[in-house]
Design a protein around this ligand. Structure first.
Ligand code: SF4
Ligand code: SF4
Length: 452
């Protein structure tokens, strides 16, 4: 590429030494030769810059108006040291100003499906939250959250949370009333296999604060029914699609699916089945396909489950599925700031027995519990290696705002402790540019802001 003056375009190394943010990626604009895309991993902003402007940056002759625009989009920084310091403090600042408390609440570990890969397989017995534990939960939230003026959002989880519908309603009713009395807001979502998510159930839960549900379809019926059969052995695909069809106008449904290296190429057929059932993609939330992970609490070196996002097949699978999803008119998540919930003080997991964790993935590891409803939350800074991303490599890494040291489960699975980051540099090097180009191509709302 050549600038307007015919001089050689700057290399990426030269560009990043300019007064640009370190949390910035620069990609060639394949659709417009002579332009470059600048993407802020921190703000999510995207700018198309003609090479002439890059030449102006190098010469220090950039117009003030252009500098102001780049500064507003957090692509330009006047003080690199202050930018780094702001990133060091970002999680603390987020925690200090959090106005909403989030909790994942395990109502029961019982389930009406018998998925062979079930993440909770090793501890999923017929345990359910009793009245006393539910009472402790409600009292804690009334006293420490709603009573302090904070809104509350719960995510009911299982097993299958709809097997514990009366308990769910009891908790939601009490918190709904407490929120009304304190002038705060209470709402909840479900992580459900969707076999019991009928229109009647959703209509009962709507006035109690239900807003959305995460549901799972593992590919077309032929694959799904093997991966997610009822306890009886019968397939669950038909029942789930019928429920999605019946309730998608009432709440936001977020479909997802768990794939393997062998079957991911067939997962778009599940989206075709939703279209064939007359389900409008615009009515659904983003689709999220994920690889099957090893079972919680188990280190199994013989497992063929995915334990690294840098595996070439996985990166290929994620790019393929994202493209096929967008192509069919369904939504996907945009790359976004990705602080692990472990670092967020306003985010807890409450197990059926009142034990507290920082991530649902840790429920199979009793040593990762951080407290109980009765005793409160203890100090987990060391056991969870908080701040493990506050090192020079991460703070100078363009991917830090998306990664923050990656998933805490993977070092636990691979090394038995959260003793290192789960580095995603290889993953983002491979997928981020393609994600941006996919978004420009398929999502009219995502367009690079042009700077002339
Ligand atoms: S639906 Fe979820 S909890 Fe139930 S068996 Fe399947 S993976 Fe496990
Ligand atoms: S873990 Fe790796 S990808 Fe993530 S911020 Fe640190 S260096 Fe970057």
């Amino acid at each position: 590429m050549h600038s307007a003056e015919g001089a050689q375009a700057p290399s990426h190394r030269e560009i990043v030494s300019m007064p640009f943010s370190r949390y910035l990626k620069i990609f060639p604009d394949l659709d417009r030769p002579g332009s470059t895309l600048l993407y802020s991993t921190r703000k999510g902003s995207l700018v198309r810059l003609p090479e002439k402007i890059l030449a102006d940056v190098r010469r220090g002759t950039l117009a003030d108006t252009v500098v102001d625009t780049l500064r507003r989009l957090e692509l330009w920084v006047d003080d690199p040291a202050a930018e780094r310091e702001a990133m060091v403090e970002l999680v603390n600042r987020t925690n200090a100003k959090a106005g909403t408390f989030f909790a994942t609440v395990v109502l029961t570990l019982d389930c009406n499906l018998a998925c062979p890969y079930c993440f909770e397989d090793h501890f999923r017995r017929n345990h359910a939250m009793g009245a006393a534990t539910a009472g402790l939960l409600v009292e804690k939230i009334e006293r420490e959250e709603l009573g302090q003026g904070r809104d509350v959002t719960l995510r009911f989880y299982g097993g299958e949370p709809l097997l514990a519908l009366p308990r769910l309603k009891e908790i939601a009713c009490r918190l709904r009333a407490a929120a009304a009395a304190t002038g705060t807001k209470f709402s909840f979502s479900l992580v459900t296999n969707a076999t019991l998510l009928t229109r009647k159930v959703v209509e009962e839960l709507l006035p109690l604060g239900l807003t959305s549900a995460q549901v799972t379809l593992d590919g077309p019926a032929e694959i799904h029914d093997l991966q997610r059969p009822f306890v009886s052995g019968h397939g669950s695909f038909t029942a789930i699609v019928a429920n999605i069809q019946a309730v998608c106008d009432l709440i936001t449904l977020k479909p997802g699916g768990n794939f393997t290296r062998e079957n991911y190429r067939r997962f778009p057929e599940m989206l075709d089945a939703l279209l064939a059932a007359g389900i409008d993609p615009a009515r659904l939330g983003p689709v999220q396909f994920s690889p099957i992970l090893p079972k919680s609490g188990v280190r199994d070196s013989s497992s063929d489950c995915c334990v690294s996002c840098g595996e070439p097949w996985l990166m290929e699978a994620i790019l393929f599925l994202r493209e096929e999803t967008l192509k069919r008119g369904f939504g996907v998540e945009k790359p976004a700031m990705g602080v692990c919930m472990v670092e967020l003080t306003n985010n807890l997991v409450v197990n059926y027995d009142g034990t507290l964790y920082k991530c649902p993935a840790f429920m199979g590891w009793p040593e990762m519990a951080v407290g109980t409803l009765a005793d409160g939350v203890g100090d987990y800074a060391v056991s969870h290696n908080l701040d493990l991303w506050k090192n020079d490599d991460c703070l100078e890494c363009a991917y830090l705002p998306l990664c923050f040291g990656g998933c805490r489960l993977l070092p636990l699975l691979n090394h038995g402790a959260i003793d290192r980051v789960d580095c995603r540099r290889k993953y983002y090097d491979t997928v981020l540019e393609r994600f941006i180009l996919q978004d420009i191509r398929y999502r009219p709302s995502v367009q690079a802001q042009g700077i002339a």
